[in-house]
Ligand binder design. Structure first.
Ligand code: ZN
Length: 328
């Protein structure tokens, strides 16, 4: 049903989405079995920290300009095949410095590769730079300053990712305050490894316009009302949430409840390789488990583009494509 339907993806990690083809090209010694064992997470990880372990394999292969370019272009190929028409791709520039690149060179390389990827694939996209939970205050500030430096290019926003349960947000408050002062759009991972209290903490201290995951907000009625009132969008990633044990089984996932509550949500893969999925696959799961129809996906895609960190011009262009495809 949704096979040919165009899609929007707002929550997608570059370093967690390397196809086997590109891994083989960068590191010919990595066999398909090794790839499956070390780049893809099992259907059940112990927790979020265990899931994130798989990202290390990808990050190791993204340390030179050539590697960063190849991985970025590879992701655009995957997006095109998945009929994603607008994507926001995120990564943490400061973990790509092992072979001597400067943070500016890292961002510049991915930024330029994105321009090429967009031209050749026709997929529109923006780049979000992430700070990580375990980073120092200085590293977080360094990352927000990169967003500022590259404002007006493909770089459109700022995020905090990594182990929510293992590290507090204290080191990152100053960077997000700076983002607010400079009018930089922010999203933040929360309500994934921890419950509603973490979403509240994130909303009050980091002022994001969107929450990465955030599905556990459903456990707190006041929070649900607050999210609605402030029009805060949740970037939901079903398969990833089962792997990291937010819920035991897909049947237990609260996406359907959150949708029915009228919250603004979108469907995302999070990590195409680690979760071994595509957006098409996530749609199929929702169709099978919760009886979602074209109408559900239309609503989620319209919400996604409404909350995207892009120009009104691109939003209008993408919306008309969605309307044409879904309301036919
Ligand atoms: Zn994520």
């Amino acid at each position: 049903m949704s096979n040919t339907l165009p899609k929007i993806e707002l929550h997608l990690h570059l370093d967690c989405s390397l196809s086997y083809d590109i891994v083989k090209k960068i590191a010919p010694n990595i066999t398909e079995n090794v790839y499956k064992a070390s780049f893809i997470a099992p259907p059940k990880c112990t927790d979020l920290a265990d899931y994130i372990e798989r990202a290390i394999s990808g990050v190791k292969l993204m340390q030179t300009k050539e590697q960063l370019k190849l991985v970025t272009l590879d992701l655009f190929d995957q997006l095109k095949k998945d009929n994603v028409i607008y994507a926001e791709i995120r990564f943490a520039p400061l973990i790509h410095l092992d072979k001597g690149l400067t943070p500016e060179e890292v961002v510049e390389t991915v930024n330029d590769a994105m321009t090429i990827g967009m031209e050749t694939s026709g997929v529109k996209a923006g780049l979000i730079l992430c700070t990580l939970r375990h980073f120092s205050e200085e590293q977080s500030m360094r990352t927000i300053k990169l967003v500022e430096q590259f404002k007006g290019t493909n770089v459109v926003g700022f995020d905090i990712a990594a182990d929510e349960a293992g590290f507090p947000i204290a080191n990152h408050v100053t960077a997000f305050q700076r983002a607010k002062r400079k009018n930089i759009s922010c999203t933040a991972h929360a309500g994934e490894a921890k419950g509603p209290e973490s979403v509240w903490e994130t909303l009050t201290n980091l002022y994001p316009k969107r929450i990465g995951h955030g599905v556990r907000s459903y456990e707190d009625k006041n929070l649900v009302n607050f999210l609605k009132e402030k029009n805060i969008h949740l970037e939901v990633c079903p398969t990833s949430n089962i792997q990291t044990n937010v819920y035991d089984r897909l049947e237990d996932h609260k996406i359907n409840e959150v949708y029915n509550e009228g919250l603004s949500i979108s469907v995302n893969t999070d990590a195409r390789t680690i979760s071994n999925t595509t957006l098409e696959n996530e749609y199929t799961i929702l169709k099978d488990k919760f009886g979602w129809t074209k109408m559900h996906f239309f609503k989620c895609n319209m919400e996604a583009i409404d909350h995207a960190f892009t120009s009104n011009e691109i939003k209008a262009e993408i919306k008309s494509k969605l309307i044409e495809a879904y309301q036919k």
